[in-house]
Design a protein around this ligand. Structure first.
Ligand SMILES: Cc1cc2nc3c(=O)[nH]c(=O)nc-3n(C[C@H](O)[C@H](O)[C@H](O)COP(=O)(O)OP(=O)(O)OC[C@H]3O[C@@H](n4cnc5c(N)ncnc54)[C@H](O)[C@@H]3O)c2cc1C
Length: 417
């Protein structure tokens, strides 16, 4: 393998994992990040699911109807602001096509393949470096009604078909897994995913940054890349009017990747889907969750993270600002107090919103582009932390010209023709 100087654009979890594996493969690596530190955008605060069994596209059979019916409720799983944004309407049209059962199966299997590989790589990394990042084991999906469970049937049949471990539970069984689940909230059934995990994504990213630094990776903060200029035997990057040369570049710039790639002829339907997070301090540990629950009625995830509970969800379409909408915050607080009413004061939680760089079909895009020496690790949507370690290793293998450990079918630009 030829040692290269590789620039990684973006210090989110995708960029830092890529930098780590590039350095491990023997390359000279520079991470260019526009903020003062790593994990300042989508990777900043998420509920931390690393969940190959749960991983799947948002486009699924029955989802359009669920979204439509929830939009008129005072607490809603989704928020939609009327918008004239043509990119949004194009994205929605493609997303609707992907809600077909056969498309859902293809997309979920692609995500599951990468997510399972990624979870195993993450495990090797944390054991090798003894990285602690507030990990918990097991994910419990809660179905308030039989209708909620019915919507999950296509995903459940894929778990059975591919021998992914899961346990169907009644309300009593669910309370054996999470003993402090409230008995006042209706619970029809649950699914326990014993091999799914959760952990603090920004904490892991920061720990990995130090490991990268010790391996010689250079981090250049407050360095916003304005343009990528391929040509000759390498590639140039335009930063504040100056040119920076490298042998290859990996674009891992989250939602900004489309702007950087468009002049290179790579046009992708990545849309920044805003989502909300509430972080509440646990005031009563006797009533706190043990690990992670997902309320399927609201598609809201609630995770125990050390001394805090993190609740996240409510995708919002039609706005590109960070403004916090009351209705979304109310829904997160409601889910918290519905399931663990005495664990925290949810109204006093710390609220945040972030944009998920999301493709309409779900799986991310990894590897080479038509522009020579320009690679991508983008479009991770709501599963970027789950996929990051594996995606980073695959992209580093592709940059190094090595065979990858798993089949890349459906995970590269080839799927967009
Ligand atoms: C509310 C919420 C809940 C989520 N829940 C989960 C979950 O439970 N499990 C899961 O797996 N995933 C989850 N995710 C998704 C996951 O957080 C993202 O997919 C992941 O963080 C994306 O990582 P990234 O590195 O691609 O993007 P980012 O973290 O956004 O990183 C991109 C980086 O590139 C930098 N950048 C952009 N443009 C430039 C430029 N021109 N020059 C220099 N730097 C640039 C940005 O500053 C940023 O730091 C959630 C996300 C949110 C917001």
């Amino acid at each position: 393998m030829t040692q290269k100087q590789v620039a990684v654009i973006g210090g989110g979890i995708a960029g830092v994992c890529t930098a780590y594996f590039l350095a491990e493969a023997g390359h000279d690596v520079v991470v260019l990040e526009r903020h003062h530190n790593v994990a300042e955008e989508a990777s900043y605060t998420n509920p931390g699911l690393v969940a190959p069994a749960y991983a799947g596209p948002s486009a699924a059979p029955g989802m359009p109807r669920k979204i439509l019916s929830s939009m008129f409720k005072s607490e809603s799983a989704v928020s939609f602001k009327p918008s004239a944004d043509r990119a949004l309407w194009r994205w929605i049209s493609r997303w609707l096509d992907e809600c077909d059962l056969e498309r859902f199966r293809i997309n979920k299997l692609r995500m599951q393949r990468l997510a399972t590989y990624s979870r195993d790589i993450l495990k090797l990394m944390r054991e090798h470096y003894q990285i602690e990042y507030e990990q918990t084991r097991g994910v419990l999906q809660l179905f308030r009604t039989a209708k909620d469970l019915k919507l999950a049937e296509p995903a459940i049949s894929l778990l059975s078909e591919y021998d992914v471990p899961f346990v169907m539970l009644d309300a009593e069984g669910a309370r054996a897994v999470e003993p402090t689940l409230s008995t006042h909230t209706p619970l029809a059934s649950a699914i326990y995913l014993p091999e799914d995990e959760a952990g603090n994504c920004p904490l892991f990213t920061k720990r990995l940054k130090y490991i990268c630094t010790s391996m010689g990776v250079q981090f250049h903060f407050t360095s916003a890349v304005d343009a990528i200029e391929p040509g000759g035997s390498g590639v140039g990057l335009r930063i504040a009017g100056k040119r920076f040369d490298a042998d290859a570049v990996v674009v891992a710039a989250g939602s900004d990747s489309t702007r950087l790639l468009k002049p290179l002829g790579v046009q992708l339907p990545i849309y920044p889907v805003k989502s909300y997070v509430a972080t509440a301090i646990i005031k009563n540990f006797d009533h706190a969750p043990v690990a992670t629950v997902i309320d399927e009625a609201y598609s809201v995830t609630l995770t125990r993270m050390g001394g805090r509970i993190r609740i996240a969800g409510i995708p919002e379409f039609g706005t590109r600002t960070e403004e916090l909408q009351d209705r979304a915050l109310r829904t997160l607080a409601r889910v918290g107090s519905d399931w663990f009413p005495h664990a925290a004061i949810y109204g006093k939680a710390n609220f945040w919103s972030g944009a998920l760089p999301t493709l309409p079909d779900g799986p991310p895009l990894l590897g080479a582009t038509p522009a020579r020496n320009v690679y991508i690790n983008i479009g991770h949507g709501s599963g970027g932390w789950t996929m990051a370690a594996g995606a980073g290793k695959l992209v580093a293998d592709m940059v190094s010209g090595r065979a990858t450990d798993i089949d890349l079918d459906g995970l590269t630009l080839a799927r967009y023709g």
